[in-house]
Design a protein around this ligand. Structure first.
Ligand code: 4NP
Length: 163
């Protein structure tokens, strides 16, 4: 196996957007036969530590053929900045909160997930909108955005970029 690359998907609660991103990236990487890119997820808050993803996210993923029911919430820690190569944030607030926690000697690079994955192709926006107070359509929208991001990131090998 090539040297592993470690990606951490980050959102606020770690029960909607980032576990969805973890599940879809794992599935698309497996589809592409890429086994040296490892994916985890976390939240900036401590609100859902140890909890499974939101049932609406589990259901959305299941309808799209991906099982995220076994994932459990955890909070971003300073140690994550040493362990991961990229910490990929769902929105600007997540990015700001992660920057505030980032140690001086951090190894991990921080980026917004969609710009990182899609490069200049940002017709649908830079942030993955928080679906928590929304409806099924909002969860489907998260899925579509994150699935598009996974496919684009894999096609461009986004994790190999130097920026
Ligand atoms: P996530 O969504 O950041 O995509 O996991 C949220 C989940 C829970 C809450 C907010 C956003 N909450 O307020 O508990």
């Amino acid at each position: 196996m090539a040297r592993p690359v470690r990606l951490l998907m980050l959102c606020l609660g770690n029960i909607c957007r980032s576990p969805t991103a973890e599940g879809v990236f794992r599935a698309r990487l497996a589809d592409a036969g890429i086994d040296h890119v490892l994916v985890d997820s976390a939240g900036t808050s401590d609100w859902h530590i140890g909890k499974p993803p939101d049932p609406r996210s589990i259901d959305c993923a299941r309808r799209n053929g991906v099982d995220i029911g076994g994932l459990r919430g955890r909070q971003l820690s300073q140690a994550d900045f040493g362990h991961f190569d990229w910490i990929l944030c769902a929105d600007e607030a997540n990015l700001r909160d992660a920057r505030a926690l980032r140690p001086q000697d951090a190894h991990a690079r921080l980026a917004l997930l969609l710009p990182w994955a899609l490069g200049g192709d940002l017709e649908r926006g830079r942030a993955v909108p928080d679906p928590y107070t929304g409806v099924t359509e909002d969860f489907d929208n998260v899925w579509a955005m994150v699935d598009g991001a996974a496919r684009a990131a894999i096609a461009s090998r986004a994790w190999e970029r130097a920026d």
